[in-house]
Ligand binder design. Structure first.
Ligand code: BG6
Length: 485
């Protein structure tokens, strides 16, 4: 088994796709945060992408990115040491120039010899990944290296297998970190804590008590500079086969034998293997009106910017409990919730006008937002005469705990984990291949895209998909205002 270091060794981080959207929004601000948190002290960052630019230009680009998407003002004093850690080389200059840039960066580190690691972050689309792997081999940058692969990993089973085979020609499995940033979210890991560190909920976490589950991740965001990527990807590959399925696995898996990478990977893979191949009749694909008018989008584009589906898990724990998934761009609200609907009581002794059962079943809800929350809703008696019932809820927000400031953003945590060689929160080749396998009927035979108005909740047929249940969002009652500590 791979060893996990207590802390990150001296590192050169090579960022492929360094001028792309992800680098700007998440990776560069995340690296700054890790540096400032003392989790990445002896390190150098080499940015690389197709663009040609001087070191100073890339440093300025990185600073702008941190100013726009990072936390707080980036003063000269704050920027200085981090800015000095950054250099740039254009991918167009070829593998030898890249090798020279990495070696130069290594010389600037305090650590030396075998203690120095390389972390190659491939923030590139699936079709470019193989070229980068080849380039790393030619540049002789495989030794002492780990590699982070962005999702989606391939575009179907065949391409994922081919990509895995190509990477394995160059890197061992131990060196590969397939990232899914939803697994790095504090709230996603809290699902594991909540389920397996308490005796309260696990006994009811099954088909006897749970009616159905919703994993709902609507976004108000459009495509903001990512249209070309998205046009060849779509919502299913961008979000469902990746993030939503990973979250589903945390929610649905059996208790692992320990909280280590292999046992967790194995339990998640069992969930994926139990999912029935996706039936296109259980899927609604949507496209927002106006998408086809965009540059970089074909006039007859069939790419979905919205998807909702029913997923069936065929195992003893979940038989008969549908999981409803939904995500899309330009929707009415942005949210990331998992909502678990419990079965209703077998008989009601409350008078018909009491309100019992009229506001849906009891729910346990996880909000996967950066400031994560949880709530448990139930019927309680409205104070006053007679027996009138209303929906009440118990709510908890991590923001209100004393350790709220220690929260690492998902990418920060996962980059730090990869630097230490910890695979626990990364996806496995087997898991990804199984997910592509169950996706095949949908990929082969996608239902036609239906138009929806930007700012809506998706095409109308989403209600038929979930009937006789109803989508939890938009919430009837908003979350309680949380107090900051
Ligand atoms: C990314 C998708 O992986 O996740 C984006 O490519 C999506 O399309 C994003 O907007 C959502 O992530 P988060 O962390 O903002 O919920």
């Amino acid at each position: 088994m791979a060893t996990i270091d207590d802390k990150a060794l001296p590192h050169v981080i090579v960022l492929f796709g360094a001028t792309g959207d992800l680098a700007r929004r998440k990776l560069l601000p995340g690296l700054l945060r890790l540096h400032e948190a003392g989790l990445m002290t002896d390190a150098q960052i080499v940015g690389t992408s197709l663009e040609e630019m001087a070191d100073e230009d890339f440093v300025a680009f990185a600073r702008d990115a941190c100013e726009e998407f990072g936390k707080g003002d980036i003063t000269d004093a704050r920027w200085q040491t981090f800015g000095e850690m950054i250099s740039y080389v254009s991918t167009k200059e070829g593998p030898h120039a890249l090798a020279d840039a990495v070696k130069l960066a290594e010389k600037k580190l305090q650590g030396a010899g075998n203690d120095v690691r390389r972390l190659h972050y491939l923030s590139v689309p699936p079709k470019a990944a193989q070229d980068v792997i080849r380039q790393l081999e030619e540049a002789d940058l495989v030794e002492r290296a780990r590699i982070i692969m962005e999702k989606p990993f391939g575009t179907d089973l065949e391409s994922a297998k081919e990509l895995n085979a190509k990477i394995h020609e160059v890197f061992t499995e131990e060196q590969i970190f397939r990232i899914d940033h939803f697994l790095g979210k504090e709230a996603a890991q809290n699902i594991l804590a909540f389920r397996f560190a308490n005796g309260l909920f696990e006994p009811i976490w099954n088909r006897n008590f749970i009616d159905h589950v919703q994993i709902d991740i609507p976004e108000t965001l459009g495509l903001e500079g990512r249209t070309a990527f998205y046009e060849s990807t779509g919502a299913y590959r961008d979000m469902v086969v990746t993030h939503l399925m990973q979250v589903l696995a945390f929610m649905a898996m059996e208790p692992p034998t320990s909280l280590a990478p292999d046992p967790i990977g194995e339990e998640k893979n069992k969930v994926f293997r139990s999912i029935q191949p996706l039936d296109p009749r259980n899927v609604v694909r949507g496209q927002y009106s106006g998408y086809r008018g965009k540059n970089e989008v074909a006039d007859d584009s069939d790419t979905e910017t919205f998807i909702a589906m029913k997923v069936i898990i065929d195992n003893w724990r979940w038989a008969g409990v549908p999981f409803f998934l939904r995500t899309g761009k330009k929707l009415a609200e942005g949210a990331r919730i998992i909502s678990i609907a419990f079965k209703e009581p077998p008989l009601t002794m409350f008078p018909s006008n009491s309100g019992a059962g009229t506001q849906g079943p009891d729910h346990l809800t996880f909000d996967l937002a950066d400031q994560s929350k949880m709530s448990l809703s139930f019927y309680g008696k409205r104070p006053g005469p007679g027996m009138k019932l209303e929906k009440l809820s118990m709510q908890f927000a991590t923001q209100e705990t004393s350790s709220a400031t220690g929260v690492l953003e998902a990418y920060e945590r996962l980059i730090h984990d990869a630097m230490r060689g910890d695979h626990t929160l990364f996806t496995t080749a087997e898991g990804i291949e199984t997910l592509w396998k169950i996706s095949q009927p949908l990929l082969d035979n996608p239902p036609p895209v239906r138009l929806y108005a930007p700012g809506s909740w998706g095409p109308n047929s989403i209600h038929q998909l979930i009937a006789p249940h109803a989508w939890r969002l938009p919430f009837e009652r908003s979350w309680r205002e949380t107090k900051k500590q």
